[in-house]
Design a protein around this ligand. Structure first.
Ligand SMILES: *[C@@H]1O[C@H](CO)[C@@H](O)[C@H](O)[C@H]1NC(C)=O
Ligand SMILES: *[C@@H]1O[C@H](CO)[C@@H](O)[C@H](O)[C@H]1NC(C)=O
Ligand SMILES: *[C@@H]1O[C@H](CO)[C@@H](O)[C@H](O)[C@H]1NC(C)=O
Length: 367
């Protein structure tokens, strides 16, 4: 007899909860990209690009400080953005056995360390998921959503409640175009213009495929100042306030073409919104004015080894580890620390058009 009111209260609470989430929360993030946002896909590949070794993940609360395959000490930008927008769980890595059933309703992460826009990118790591394959995998998820929600609800969920983020392009330069001629780099045979043309044409094709699969709310990160990462500064023996010009020039050239592409797609794909995340200027601001943000260095990796900036050997159990991880912009020779990711993500979610345009991610979610 006493049971009924309890059931009723529970039901009311459930309805209120569902209503609240419907009005405010993000349903799902579908995350595409490289090691900046990989949340564990590479754990399931035979690859040289791995982060499931300590001390990676040392500050990642959800795993109790154990490595998860994230290439940083804590949360990635993708994790933090999802949290900020009210997504109930982190997007699950596509290759993990957990990416089945209801778990995919919070989104799926297809990102892969070493991956690029072009298929040949990252071959040096043996295996990685390039963007073509990441989109093929989303096509599989798309069918799973149809059977979970029914075709019409699935379409609605994807078009209105889901954000598609794509963080890719750095490896097309670092682990393709800029690799020495001896390797599979394209520099020997292609001008920067031709190479960047290839990247943009490939990306247009993949974004259009996602649109055909009902993606509507997109955010694309441009390529950061890859000439300023500890790895580049160390191997080029630069001083702490210098960056490698060629690498940064290539990034800026690609970034300007990316902006044009997004303008074009905003005009040509009805109902879609493409948001541009200016990661280059954001990271450059952190590097230039690091002390304004509570950092003591934007040059030396917290975890790494070799050379002046610990920038040669990737982070692993035998690397040196800094004593205060929150004071380093860079976690390892390539990737920002969680402290840096928190600042970057906050700007993407709530910042102004200097860094995120034509609208920020909170506004994109609420469209
Ligand atoms: C998969 O799910 C299990 C059980 O919920 C959890 O313990 C494990 O950490 C999850 N693994 C990943 C990679 O998310
Ligand atoms: C890249 O790989 C994808 C998937 O394997 C394939 O469909 C595509 O044709 C390849 N593109 C090029 C330019 O080789
Ligand atoms: C998705 O997969 C189906 C086959 O199952 C194929 O016909 C379709 O072209 C694919 N869509 C995209 C955008 O790749």
């Amino acid at each position: 007899m006493a049971k009924q009111p309890i059931v009723l209260v529970a039901l009311v609470l459930l309805l209120v909860h569902v209503r609240a989430r419907d009005d405010n929360g993000l349903g799902a993030s579908f995350i595409f990209g490289d090691s900046l946002v990989d949340a564990g896909n590479n754990n399931y590949l035979q690859t040289l690009s791995k982060a499931n070794i300590p001390p990676n993940g040392i500050d990642f609360r959800a795993s109790g400080g154990n490595p998860t395959g994230r290439f940083t000490n804590g949360r990635t930008i993708g994790d933090i953005v999802g949290e900020e927008l009210g997504q109930p769980n982190y997007a699950v890595p596509f290759l993990s056995p957990n990416s089945t059933g209801k778990a995919i309703l919070s989104g799926v992460n297809y990102a892969s360390g070493g991956g690029g826009i072009l298929n040949a990118t990252g071959r040096i790591f043996v295996n990685r998921l390039s963007l073509d394959i990441q989109v093929d995998y989303f096509n599989i998820t798309r069918k799973q959503l149809d059977s979970l929600l029914g075709p019409s609800q699935a379409k609605d969920y994807l078009m209105k409640k889901s954000i598609f983020s794509i963080t890719i392009g750095s490896n097309d330069f670092l682990n393709n175009y800029l690799l020495p001629v001896l390797s599979i780099g394209a520099r020997a045979s292609q001008t920067p213009d031709a190479f960047i043309d290839d990247m943009i044409n490939h990306l247009r094709n993949q974004l259009t495929r996602l649109y055909q699969l009902d993606a509507r709310k997109f955010v694309l990160g441009n390529v950061g100042p890859i000439g300023c990462i500890p790895y580049q500064k160390t191997i080029n023996q630069l001083s702490s306030d210098q960056c490698v010009d060629l690498a940064n020039q290539l990034a800026r050239q690609y970034n300007s073409r990316l902006q044009d592409l997004l303008t074009e797609l905003n005009e040509n794909l009805p109902g879609a919104t493409f948001v541009h995340a200016n990661v280059y200027d954001l990271v450059m601001e952190l590097i230039t004015n690091y002390d304004n943000y509570g950092f003591t260095t934007a040059t030396t990796a917290c975890c790494g080894n070799g050379g002046q900036f610990a920038g040669i050997v990737p982070c692993g159990p035998v690397s040196s580890l800094c004593s205060d991880r929150s004071t380093h912009v860079f976690w390892d020779p390539y990737h920002p620390s969680e402290a840096a990711n928190l600042i970057l993500a906050k700007q993407l979610v709530d910042g102004d058009t200097r860094y995120i345009s034509p609208m920020n991610l909170r506004q994109l979610r609420d469209l």
